[in-house]
Each structure stands twice: as structure tokens, then as C-alpha cells.
Design a protein around this ligand. Structure first.
Ligand code: G6P
Length: 611
């Protein structure tokens, strides 16, 4: 969701804040604003992207060594200049930036209105600013006390950074359900909603936990609970390289991230697979392995692309480990009183490790007594901290809003887990296990081969740039790939696309097929090859256009389909890692040709930290 940056120290705050906001823009980009402090607090904000904010503040007074900045993804109130953050309290004592939702804002607003407060915006954040101010003025308490007391009245989620105009030598940060990390420099501190704006200045960071409040001056960080218990900050060292958050020579982050997949997959199995000993070692599962191996059921939970990876996990675990699997959308799981047993294992998948619904599902499953494991990409994020074990994906920072390399890294982790458990349960024999390891290690070079055909994907994209609809079909392991291909297209090109199990086409989508309908079929050779060939013929018989992803050298489909994207062959269970690549690139090129903002598609945010 929204991106937050704060700085307090000895250098001019504005460059730190504006550069930080640019790094966080993938989290939200409908409006932005900053406040800088010297002898007074100066606030500038406007609708639009960070570049619009830069234009808006050109030539204005930006002096100050303390500041906060915000890039917004609207929840309450339309994206406009007024609703942009920072928000000032009515009498100007408090200036706030906020990520999250204050759920009881309407009730709080009514009470404050009765007390004479007037509201200029439609945001829940302004309500919070006024609530803090009301407590501050009425109770004659310090800014910190006012914030702590106000937050005890708040229901909802927040990551906050607050300036008190009367105590301008400090920033107050607080977290519940919405991430905040504090970077520690020399006589300076950085606050941000993730580490990307901080890493170029310092690698020493403190992650705030829920219900933590930090009072930061240029020389001191003091950490407390909202209930005023003093905490010792736990300093962690970031394992993040500044080069990883740069576009390099690529036109977009998404393209860079697609092309990074050979490396990100390799990084995901580096140190975990031993070619010499033919072993898989996943350190984060070591302690929980007995429970995992004896699980009565595995429930895999995620949202968006992570949910698609979860679906592939279902096929993998059922095939290799013979453990029944259910796959759940986090938002559905948490609100429908699911039956969870203590011998169930819940695996949550999340690139960011911060998705609000997924995090809530973690807590629900833990309360029910299940073992809860995480597959996440962002080290130190909330889900890895709340789960009892898990495996990091090591894909490196993913900035493009549409997930690509995180997806293939998630599938790589699920594959390693399924093989490891399958081996321990004696389902997967030594020979098969060795074959899979060998094949998995070959995946990065096979992806390199697929990436070499980028010009072909670009050319075919050009032919369908004006299509209004697409259908994606696949069977078995390739059904989730079809869903993911369709999602990629929807997200970045705004073309309506549906993913379907190929056999389900006859039960509805076939009615949509005509000469204007491109149908992407994921059809590498497998046990159901003959059946998918029939499905392709059914599409062709109705005039549809078929773009097929096939194994290299495929003759049958090449003759019927309008276009084919060849991928090297591999064992069936690993083929999703290959077949998804041409679909990512097809969507990418269609979106570019439609002049869409590929890295920041409209209405979307990279990390959805509200329900
Ligand atoms: C958002 C992003 C998607 C992502 C989903 C789940 O919708 O735009 O790319 O798949 O959230 O995010 P997570 O971080 O939990 O994987």
C-alpha cells in the first residue's frame, strides 16, 4: 500500500525523502506529499506521482534536516490534493503520514465533531491527527503520550510517522499491522515502510513490531510499547544490495525481473541443493520437519500471484508427498471459520511478507494450533516473524507491481519442499529424487534459452495489442500457469483475460470464442497431451486464434496453432517454471505497446497491507 519515509539527522532531509519516495513508489502512486521542518513545518502535497510532486515543489522552501514523505494508495477518500498525506491536525500541532486503515474512524470523527473539530479531508488519517491533538491539548500531555493514548482508542491498522510542531526535534513512529523499519546511521535515523529507501545509507535496521512506538531524535532511538513498556531495539543487518533496486539497462523493473529469473531461481536453491550428495537441505524447516512429514493435511494460503504458486504447490505435494492439500485465498480462509486441526500444517506464501489478509490467516491458523510456515521473499517482514518456520525465496527485491521472479522462486521453494518431504515419506525413491534434483538444477539455463526468444514474444504481442479479451487454458500443473498468465495480462495491459482448466472450456468459455479471441494454451507434452490437442482443435473449429506454449520440436500442435512458443522439455512437475516465462513476456510487450505503465499499473499496489 502506501509508502512512508522519514528522516532526522544532519543532512538536508528533502533529498533523502524524495529519493526514498521514488524507491517506494511501487507501493502506491495516486498522490504524494512531504513535510520538512526547520523553524516551522512546511508541507507540500499533490495528486499524482512523485514526479508530479517534484514539479509542484520546485522553487519552494525545502530547508530542514527533519522530514517525512508519503506516496499514497487511496483507501478513504479519492486521490486528490487534499486527501494526499501528510495531514495536519486542526490547530496545526501534529503532522502525520499513515499507511493502513483506521476502522473506527467514523465513530472517532463523530466524537471529535461534537467537540468542535472540523474536517477538511475524507481521510481516516485526519481523524487520527485530530484525535492525537485533542488528547494532547486536553490532557496537557507530551506528544509521545498523546500518540500512545490516541492509539489505544484506535481499531485498525497503521504504520505512522508523526511530527509534533511543538517538539520538532523528534519523529514519532508507530506500527500495528503495517510495516515500518528504522535505519540507524551516525547521528541520523531513517524511517520507511520497507528497507529499500534505507539501504543506500545504512544496513543497520530495527523492524518495529505491532504495538511498538519509536521516539527518534537525531542522536537517539527509544522504543516502547503503546502501553509504555520500554523495549530494547533489536538491530539487524540488512542483506540487501543497492544495485538490486536499480533498473539497470532495462526499460522497466518488470522486464529486468523477468530476465533475472535464471539467477533468482539459482539464488533460491543455492546452498540448499547439493549436486554431489544429491540432497536438499532447507534450514528453516529443520525443527519442524517431523510435524511436516507427518502432516494430516497441508493448507496453502496466499493472495494474487502467491495464490497461483500455492495451486502449483498442491499438485507438487500431492504427487510427491501424497499429503492431501487445500489451497485457500487468505481473505476467504480468515473469514469463514475454517476447520483446522493441530496436525494440519499451514503454509503461507507471500512475496512481501506483509499482505494483511495473509498475515491475519497466519494468526488464525496459529491460534487453532496448526504448525504455520512461511514462504516469503522479504527478509525480516512480518510473516516470517510470525510463523514457526519457513523458507525464504531469495529472489531479491521485486519492484514491478506484477510479480514475476517472486512467483518462480516460490514455485522453486515448493518444489524443493515437496521433493524433500516425498523423500522422507519414502514416496519418492532415490532414483526419481536424483533425477528431479538434476532437472531442477538445469531450469535456470533452460529459462535463459526461453528468454532468447524475446523478439518472438514481442512480435506476437504486436498482433494482439488491440484485443479486448484473452482466454488462457491449461491442464494439471498448467492450469495455475494459465491463471497466472491471465492475471499478468489483466494487471498490466488492462485487457480482460480469463484462465481456465482446458477441459472446463466446454462448460462456458467456449461460447466466447470467435475470430477475435486469442486463446493461449499451455501445452507441453505430458499425459494429457492428446486431450489438450483436442481442446486446441475445438478452439480452431470455432475460429479462435491459438497461441500455444509447446515443447521444443513439437510437431502436432505447431501445425494447428496460429503461433507457438517453444520451451525446452523437462519433467512435468518443473515445467510451470518454464512455461510461465513466455506468458510474462507476452503480457509485458502487449502492455508496453498499449503505452501502459508496466511497473505501476493503475489501481494496483505491490503490497496490500489493508484488508
Ligand atoms: C498484490 C500484488 C500482487 C501479489 C499480491 C500478493 O496484489 O500486486 O503482485 O501477488 O498482492 O502479495 P504477496 O506479497 O502476499 O505475495
Amino acid at each position: 500500500m502506501c509508502g512512508i519515509v522519514g528522516y532526522i539527522g544532519k543532512k538536508p532531509a528533502y533529498p533523502v525523502i524524495i529519493n526514498g519516495l521514488k524507491k517506494l513508489e511501487y507501493r502506491g502512486y495516486d498522490s504524494a506529499g512531504i513535510s520538512v521542518v526547520d523553524d516551522k513545518v512546511k508541507t507540500y502535497k499533490c495528486k499524482g506521482k512523485i514526479a508530479d510532486l517534484e514539479k509542484h515543489i520546485k522553487g519552494k522552501d525545502l530547508n530542514g534536516v527533519i522530514g517525512i514523505g508519503h506516496t499514497r494508495w487511496a483507501t478513504h477518500g479519492e486521490p486528490n490534493d487534499t486527501n494526499a498525506h501528510p495531514h495536519k491536525s486542526q490547530h496545526g500541532h501534529f503532522i502525520i503520514i499513515h499507511n493502513g486503515i483506521i476502522e473506527n474512524y467514523a465513530r472517532l470523527k463523530n466524537k471529535l465533531t461534537e467537540k468542535g473539530y472540523k474536517f477538511n479531508t475524507e481521510t481516516d488519517t485526519e481523524v487520527l491527527a485530530n484525535l492525537i491533538e485533542h488528547i494532547y491539548l486536553k490532557g496537557k500531555v507530551s506528544a509521545e503520550q498523546a500518540v500512545r493514548l490516541a492509539l489505544r482508542k484506535v481499531i485498525g491498522a497503521y504504520g505512522l510517522v508523526i511530527i509534533c510542531a511543538d517538539e520538532p526535534e523528534q519523529l514519532i513512529a508507530a506500527r500495528k499491522g503495517s510495516p515500518l523499519v528504522i535505519g540507524i546511521g551516525e547521528d541520523e535515523y531513517f524511517i520507511a515502510s520497507d528497507a529499500t529507501p534505507i539501504v543506500e545509507y545504512t544496513k543497520s535496521v530495527v523492524y518495529l513490531n505491532d504495538n511498538n512506538i519509536a521516539i527518534v531524535t537525531k542522536s537517539e532511538l527509544s522504543l516502547k510499547t503503546i502501553g509504555n513498556n520500554i523495549l530494547t531495539p533489536k538491530i539487524q543487518i540488512l542483506d540487501l544490495d543497492i544495485g538490486e533496486i536499480d533498473k539497470g539497462d532495462f526499460e522497466h523493473f518488470m522486464l529486468k525481473e523477468i530476465f533475472e529469473q535464471p539467477r533468482s531461481i539459482q539464488d533460491t536453491f543455492r546452498g540448499r541443493i547439493s549436486r554431489e550428495r544429491n540432497t536438499i537441505h532447507l534450514g528453516g524447516l529443520h525443527k519442524v520437519m517431523p510435524k511436516l512429514v507427518n502432516a494430516r493435511r497441508i493448507i496453502i494460503i496466499g493472495c494474487g500471484t502467491s495464490w497461483h504458486a500455492a495451486l502449483i504447490g498442491e499438485y507438487l505435494f500431492e504427487e510427491f508427498a501424497r499429503i492431501p492439500v487445500e489451497v485457500e485465498y487468505a481473505s476467504e480462509f480468515r473469514y469463514r471459520n475454517p476447520v483446522i486441526h493441530i496436525d494440519d500444517v499451514v503454509i503461507v506464501i507471500s512475496q512481501s511478507g506483509e499482505t494483511a489478509d495473509t498475515l491475519a490467516a497466519v494468526n488464525q491458523a496459529r491460534e487453532a494450533g496448526a504448525l504455520v510456515l512461511g514462504i516469503c521473499n522479504v527478509a525480516g517482514s512480518s510473516i516470517p516473524r510470525e510463523t514457526q518456520g519457513g523458507v525464504y525465496t531469495h529472489a531479491g527485491p521485486e519492484i514491478g507491481v506484477a510479480s514475476t521472479k517472486a512467483f518462480t522462486a516460490q514455485v522453486t521453494v515448493l518444489t524443493m519442499m515437496a521433493m524433500l518431504i516425498g523423500k522422507k515419506r519414502f514416496i519418492l525413491d532415490e532414483k526419481k529424487y536424483e533425477k528431479f534434483i538434476t532437472e531442477l538444477l538445469r531450469i535456470p539455463s533452460k529459462i535463459e534459452e526461453i528468454l532468447k526468444n524475446n523478439d518472438l514474444y514481442k512480435k506476437i504481442a504486436g498482433l494482439y495489442v488491440n484485443s479486448n479479451n484473452f482466454i488462457y487454458l491449461g491442464r494439471g500443473y498448467f492450469f495455475p500457469v494459465a491463471l497466472e498468465g491471465a492475471l499478468k495480462l489483466k494487471e498490466i495491459s488492462y485487457i480482460h483475460a480469463e484462465g481456465y482448466p482446458a477441459a472446463e472450456m466446454k462448460h462456458g468459455p467456449i461460447a466466447l470464442i470467435d475470430e477475435n479471441m486469442p486463446v493461449v494454451v499451455i501445452a507441453p507434452q505430458d499425459d494429457s497431451y492428446e486431450k489438450i490437442v483436442s481442446n486446441i482443435q475445438e478452439v480452431k473449429a470455432r475460429g479462435g486464434i491459438v497461441i500455444a506454449v509447446v515443447n521444443k520440436g513439437d510437431k502436432t500442435i505447431s501445425e494447428i496453432a496460429d503461433h507457438v512458443f517453444e520451451v525446452p522439455s523437462t519433467v512435468l512437475a518443473l515445467a510451470p517454471l518454464l512455461t510461465v516465462i513466455p506468458l510474462q513476456l507476452l503480457s509485458y510487450h502487449i502492455a508496453v505497446k498499449r503505452s501502459c505503465n508496466v511497473d505501476q499499473p493503475r489501481n494496483l499496489a505491490k503490497s496490500v497491507t489493508v484488508e
